[in-house]
Write a protein that binds this ligand. Sequence first.
Ligand SMILES: *Cc1c(COP(=O)(O)O)cnc(C)c1O
Length: 342
Amino acid sequence: MNPLDLVRPNIAVLKPYSTARDEYRGPLGIFLDANENPYDNNVNRYPSTSLKESLRSRVAALKGVAPANLFLGNGSDEAIDLCYRIFCRPGIDNAIMIAPSYGMYEVCANINDVECRKVQLGEEFALPTEALLAAADTNSKLLFVCSPNNPTANSFGIEEIVSLLERFRGIVVVDEAYIDFSSGKGMLPLLDCYPNLIILQTLSKAYAMAGLRVGLAIASEEIISIMKQVKYPYNIGSDTIQLALKMLDKDISGEVGEIKSERNRIAEALAQMGCVLKVYPSDANFLLVKFTDPTGLYNKLITNGLIVRDRSHTAGCEGTLRITVGTPAENDKLLEVIKHYE
Ligand SMILES: *Cc1c(COP(=O)(O)O)cnc(C)c1O
């Protein structure tokens, strides 16, 4: 299977919009080509290609991939939407996804008028490999697997994802938004083996830049080049690029290490409490916890100024709250309120 054969026919023949900044890449001069305001205030010009390329090189080096294998989007949510727009014919094609998982796969499917086929995870949130493949037909273009999965917090085995890559006759999108908190390496080492693999990562979580909106898609050069053609011309602002470059100078390993050890500390403390039925193993920066009375506790937490995510009405997650790991002081407060609730 050649993944390029899966591209929508109108996208395959697309002539991308060519911006002023694309067409002239020579030395600095007097720019009268883009209808900008000429008075310098640092943001009066459209983002330059070289600025975007410097962020691309920087992030590519960080991830150990070639810049040509990296797409930078307005959050990884942009990359999710692009997958639909590139591969799925509205009203005809479909996408397969695990459930429960990240809500944007379904929202983007609905926005793009693409049927969304959800397959429930198995016992202990196991990847239902056979059921996912059984849900596919000739119009199944995308298969989304989130690992570590939001909200169940577990990662799936590399061999299981490889089995999907080898047997699904479409694109497998592996969302690794939480990979920096995981004990595993994820799919990056296998990028060159699977032309139908798209890996999504983000600067929003471990890299502490959720407010900037920078997401990553890592895939074959061919897929990345189509993503670049379909995206909005200037999808990341120059201020964002500059700030991201600056913030990438900071080493995150200390913070990530602390978040992981706090995650383990809260998990152990919660497991001792009577109102806790189960703390699910976490490979991410959040815990999924099953409580005897999730709604009562949720309201009690709110009363104390603590906001968590109520997942108690999500199929497969009944009775659970999803709790993000905070600072040690925030986590202490959380544990204290839950202890008092008992
Ligand atoms: C938070 C999250 C993202 C991040 O999206 P951005 O648009 O990059 O902020 C992507 N996927 C999952 C599963 C997430 O939980």
